[in-house]
Ligand binder design. Structure first.
Ligand code: FAD
Length: 372
């Protein structure tokens, strides 16, 4: 049976980033993903400063920029009667944000992981975990696309396998926090839409976002409380929600070409799971999930990869994975309030300020960690 130092289930932002960092330290790393290389996934893709900082430090940001991902130099918060625009001030070596399509970002990370020596197997579904005689998690078993059985051992098995993580389930990770707020999102890619940076729109019971991305396209999402998403005529619903929330974005939507295809997220409440146990660890959405309105999941996944790799290569354990527990919990609370849509606009603005403060604290922790 093949043996590795680390086996990672999931080859997207959390898994590929962790594999890259661990392999760069000379560890033998296997990554199993049941999906295809470079496949898209259900997600918008606005990176926050912590995520851009890590990509830059790892030498992956250049690849994202070379793929034509436009720089985002300001964020506009639109509250209807009032709007606030905040410039992205250069700090920590980051002078712009980016929102690469997942087909760009996940590939760039997977390629960097393979270049570092990680063995990535696509089309490999993990169906269970191995345990040693003491009950410690000791590897994976699964099947490839042809149905052939596959088994491998490792000192550490990492779940980077998203919200329905089989590693979390099989290892028996407990749920530490479960959110009450739950938003639904419909999004698509517009052409010929004038967009100067990120734009976030808020109205009572509604949200929307404008995210410039690759190939001169702009991702535009509309959000509502999950129980209020009417799915009958999705296209009509999408345009009605956008009209209600953005007022047509100053006629810009009317002048642009709308998406041919729409993507729907029906919502699920945020959660925090136990992050590690004997022989296993969880990173990215497998370990914690914040409602997409936070636009923070990818940044969190990259942060988790950095902490996991740093911890395991230095100590051979994953006991310090809880290093960000306090800020993670603060962010969880505020995102849950935003995703619950139980706010009026003054309350929402207070929540956004709290989220911004938590993100600044997290950024300081990330930059201090990387400089250690
Ligand atoms: C609608 C929506 C919009 C979002 N918008 C943003 C945003 O703007 N900005 C942001 O930062 N975040 C956003 N997020 C969150 C972001 O998408 C996630 O946080 C991020 O994808 C987590 O990455 P991950 O690597 O942990 O997991 P995933 O991206 O879920 O990847 C998990 C991988 O594991 C593989 N896998 C699962 N089970 C198995 C198995 N048994 N065997 C083998 N492979 C397996 C899957 O094939 C998959 O490739 C959004 C999410 C949603 C749903």
């Amino acid at each position: 049976m093949p043996a590795y130092d680390v086996i990672i289930v999931g080859a997207r932002v959390a898994g590929a980033a962790a594999a890259m960092l661990l392999a760069r330290q000379g560890l033998r790393v296997l990554v199993a993903d049941r999906d295809r290389y470079g496949a898209d996934t259900l997600s918008t893709h606005a990176l926050m400063r912590g995520g851009v900082f890590l990509l830059s430090r790892w030498g992956v940001l250049d690849r994202v920029i070379e793929a034509g991902t436009p720089p985002v130099r300001q964020t506009r918060f639109d509250f209807g009667a009032e709007s606030v625009t905040i410039g992205i001030k250069p700090a920590h070596g980051v002078d712009a944000l980016y929102a690469p399509r997942r087909t760009v970002l996940d590939r760039a990370l997977a390629d960097a992981a393979e270049a570092a020596g990680a063995d990535i197997r696509y089309g490999l579904s993990v169906t269970g975990l191995l345990r040693d005689d003491s009950g410690r998690i000791a590897g994976i078993h699964g099947r490839d696309r042809a149905g052939a059985a596959f088994t491998a051992r490792a000192r550490l098995t990492v779940g980077a396998d998203g919200t329905r993580s089989i590693v979390a389930r099989e290892a028996g990770a407990t749920t530490l926090r479960a959110g009450a707020g739950c938003g639904a999102i419909v999004y698509g890619y517009w052409s010929q839409l004038c967009a100067d940076g990120y734009e976030w729109f808020y109205r009572p019971g509604h949200s929307a976002g404008v995210i410039p991305t690759n190939a001169d396209q702009v991702c535009v999402f509309a959000g509502v409380p999950a129980h209020r998403l009417v799915r009958g005529d999705l296209r009509a619903t999408y345009h009605r929600l956008l009209a209600a929330t953005t007022g047509g974005a100053g006629d810009r939507l009317a002048q642009a070409r709308p998406p041919g295809r729409l993507h729907t997220w029906i919502g699920r409440p945020s959660y925090l799971r136990q992050a590690h146990g004997p022989g296993w660890a969880l990173i990215g959405d497998a370990g914690s999930f914040l409602d997409p309105l936070s636009t923070h999941g990818i940044t969190d996944a990259l942060r988790d990869a950095e902490i996991l790799a740093r911890c395991f290569t230095r100590t051979g354990t994953v006991d310090d994975l809880d290093e960000f527990a306090t800020v993670r919990s603060t962010m969880f609370d505020v995102v849950d309030r935003i995703a619950g849509y139980g706010w009026d606009l003054p309350q929402l603005r207070t929540h956004l300020l709290s989220l911004s403060a938590a993100m600044s604290t997290e950024l300081e922790l990330i930059t201090n960690l990387v400089r250690k």
